[in-house]
Design a protein. Structure first.
Length: 202
């Protein structure tokens, strides 16, 4: 169990960096195939037809923004010597749960559920019939995504803790503030990535 939430006691440095890069590329590829993308640090959306480069750019920007801010926080707040490769490598590995989440797009249930909610609640789009099986599948996938998000945040927190040796209030407060700021920044970057590739959603 400990390896699932804190694998950094066993893997760090360049090993974590290259494993993390593999996770980022694999996540983008699976998302491209399944129609799932990640428009900010923790958001998950379905949209078929996005170019692979867009999904990859989103994944990389999500990783780089959070890693850079955590790295600088570690330099400023920690009395220990902070290694660039440890922070960036472990944060890349922390994105692993979203590699699993990227596969949820292979089921049409989530997209149909979203369209059904948009029409039922807001009268946007077209009426979409949703069977009981599709509804159950969508709910299971939503719960899985929420749990995966919690897992991702836990991994990112433990990676920050191990790679910077921060403790108590400094660790918790700095992580929360940086995570919120990173989510805002990555959302802004993602919007600009979509504009740069002339991507619009109907």
């Amino acid at each position: 169990m400990n390896k699932l939430i804190n694998p950094y006691k066993y893997i760090a440095g360049w090993e974590s960096f290259f494993i993390g890069l593999g996770i980022l590329f694999a996540t983008a590829f699976v998302g491209y195939m399944s129609g799932v993308h990640f428009p900010d640090l923790i958001s998950v959306k379905t949209s078929s037809g996005l170019p692979f480069i867009v999904i990859l750019a989103q994944s990389i920007s999500n990783w780089l923004v959070l890693s850079a801010l955590l790295y600088f926080a570690g330099i400023v707040l920690s009395p220990s010597s902070i290694r660039f490769i440890d922070v960036f490598g472990t944060q890349a590995m922390a994105r692993f749960p979203y590699l699993l989440v990227a596969s949820t797009g292979f089921s049409p249930a989530l997209e149909k559920f979203g369209k059904h909610i948009m029409w039922s609640a807001l009268s946007i789009g077209e009426p979409t019939d949703l069977s009981s099986v599709e509804l159950t599948t969508a709910i299971i996938l939503i719960i899985f995504t929420l749990l995966s998000t919690i897992w991702l945040i836990t991994l990112a927190f433990n990676a920050f803790k191990v790679s910077t040796n921060l403790k108590e209030a400094k660790l918790i407060i700095s992580f929360i503030v940086i995570f919120i700021v990173s989510t805002i920044i990555t959302g802004f970057i993602s919007n600009n990535i979509l504009k740069a590739f002339n991507v619009t959603f109907s």
